[in-house]
Design a protein around this ligand. Structure first.
Ligand code: NDP
Length: 308
């Protein structure tokens, strides 16, 4: 079997069009959902992420503003900004880009965001609502994975789903979303004994580990659906040879020669694509869905705040 591609770019486009249509409907009522993105320090990757979030807002007709603070900002100073944004009626969503510099108490900042504006879904109130299956702003990446599975009509109810990774931002909310959709869910982590024996039972495998191509053909049963959340850099030719078959292998070797690295996931496509029925590529799988879901969450926050 050669796995079919779960195309995240296509699904993200579909979500963004849906959001843009609803945003233009709200515009007729004089409502423009607004996102405030806060970035502290000058981590280049964070700047790229925030830049593309702001650009996507503009493309979809949402209002956005960017707050760039120096790397020396204190917890109190950042709290003061969050507080101002909480009270700013033009702002429906507040996003504090992680990671924050060491001197800042990240937990205090995330808990200071008004849960009604918590478009990342990281606040304990939203996590609690998610656990209870109530209306909540849900973390963008796992919410995007559900959109992806639905778009391709992958049955979730009754499926054995194995989530590898138990982080607060991906693994745990992912497991809860699958559970609410009536999957039988197993969560694995670094202390799981015989990971491959567990993942081989799965109809759906979600890899959110952060380890280059750790999930191989040995971890997957014939016909499984495999979603690769991981974003890692491969930096050696040996890695490329192990991870990719042709024609992708040659393309990646070229990228490596040019840039010294290439983006890879937690799944080894060379061996997994032989067995899986469906597989997400990296890049072009889960990544684009995260931003699309941030837009959707900002829209939802705007509607919920106005009781729409
Ligand atoms: P974390 O580092 O917070 O969590 C990783 C999880 O993987 C932990 O629960 C850890 O277990 C588990 N793990 C580590 N090693 C193993 C192992 N050998 N066997 C089984 N489980 C293991 O990462 P995140 O959840 O934040 O992110 C995961 C990946 O997803 C990263 O590559 C990240 O870059 C990517 N990501 C991609 C996004 C996107 O938009 N595409 C968005 C967010 C993340 P334990 O708890 O025991 O330590």
């Amino acid at each position: 079997m050669t796995a079919q591609v779960l195309n995240g770019v296509e699904v993200a486009e579909h979500i963004k069009q849906r959001v843009a249509a609803r945003v233009s409907g709200l515009a007729e009522q004089g409502i423009k959902p607004g996102l405030a993105a806060v970035i502290v320090g000058d981590d280049p990757a964070s700047k790229v992420y925030v830049g593309s979030k702001v650009k996507t807002c503009e493309a979809l007709g949402l209002y956005s503003e960017k707050h760039e603070l120096p790397g020396t900002t204190t917890t109190e100073e950042l709290l003061a900004l969050v507080n101002r944004l909480n009270h700013n009626d033009a702002i429906d969503g507040i996003l504090v880009q992680m990671p924050l510099p060491k001197q800042i108490d990240a937990r205090r900042i995330l808990e200071a965001v008004d849960p009604a504006k918590d478009v990342d879904g990281f606040h304990a109130v939203n996590v609690g609502r998610l656990v209870q299956g109530r209306d909540a702003l849900v973390a963008c990446t796992p919410a995007g994975v559900i959109e992806l599975l639905d778009y391709y009509k992958i049955p979730i109810a009754g499926a054995n789903a194995v989530v590898v990774g138990r982080s607060d931002i991906v693994g745990k909310p992912m497991a809860l979303l699958l559970l609410h959709r009536h999957a039988t869910v197993t969560i694995c982590h670094s202390k799981t004994r015989d990971l491959a024996a567990v993942t081989r039972q799965a109809d759906i495998v979600i890899a959110a580990i952060g380890r280059t191509a750790m999930i191989t053909g040995d971890h997957v049963r014939e016909g499984a659906v495999v979603v690769d959340v991981g974003m890692n850099d491969a930096t050696t030719e040996a890695e490329i040879l192990r991870i990719f078959a042709e024609p992708e292998r040659s393309k990646r070797l070229e990228v490596l020669a040019k840039r010294g690295r290439t983006l890879v996931g937690d799944v080894e496509p060379r061996t997994v694509a032989e067995k899986a029925a469906w597989l997400t590529p990296v890049p072009g799988g889960v990544g684009p869905l995260t931003i699309a879901m941030l837009m959707q969450n900002t829209l939802r926050a705007a509607e919920m705040r106005r009781g729409l």
